[in-house]
Design a protein around this ligand. Sequence first.
Ligand code: MN
Length: 250
Amino acid sequence: MKLARFGEDRLGIVRDDVIVDVTDVAGIASGEWPPVGMNRLISDFGALKQKLERAASGQGVPLSSVRLLTPVPWPSKVVAYPVNYHDHGAEMHVGYRADNQGFFLKPPSSISGPNDPIVLPVNAGRRIDHECELAIVIGKECRDVPRERHREYIFGYSCLIDAVVRGKEERVARKAFDTFCPVGPWIVTEDEIGEAAAELQGTLWVNGEVKQDANTRDLVLDIPGMIEMASSIMTLYPGDIIATGTPAGV
Ligand code: MN
């Protein structure tokens, strides 16, 4: 199932090139603040799944006619792994890797939609990079997840750009600007990916030119390892997002 938010805070299921509005079926209060309808849906997904699947066969509108929003606008945190591909470590001339460095956090307020502009800080005058990453969306509250059980806690996957101003300041300060974390265009649920998560190709183009093109099989710390490490330090909640690190080509 492909779950998206669109328009004025509506929830939709994407079916080929149409999107079906399932906001009411999911019991989401459109426009509520804080916008945690998707978190609640993820948390209650087991009970809602059949109803959603039935609703998804209904009439939709062309996907191209709606404005997509980011699928989880209010996660409790975005966990992000730095230097999780060897070739990116080499291009940045750093010796550490995600498996021994740990992770940092991006604020939920940096999240933006898949078609929204990344707004550059006007006073930066600095190098600003895109980082093409796979996003893991957590499905269940968890702590101390052993790697062999990681799939039980993944709700699904999405695409993410971890934008960054290069420089010497704390990493968080350089990665926390509003719009510096586009996520979308939707969440693909875990059951549609399964073991294939270990070999997903991610590609980023700038004006039609391929800049980043890599496979999750080349991750230094793999998906089970990332969930194991993050959950060994803090509780993960439904809707939490893990940014899995970027390959070379920034
Ligand atoms: Mn990154």
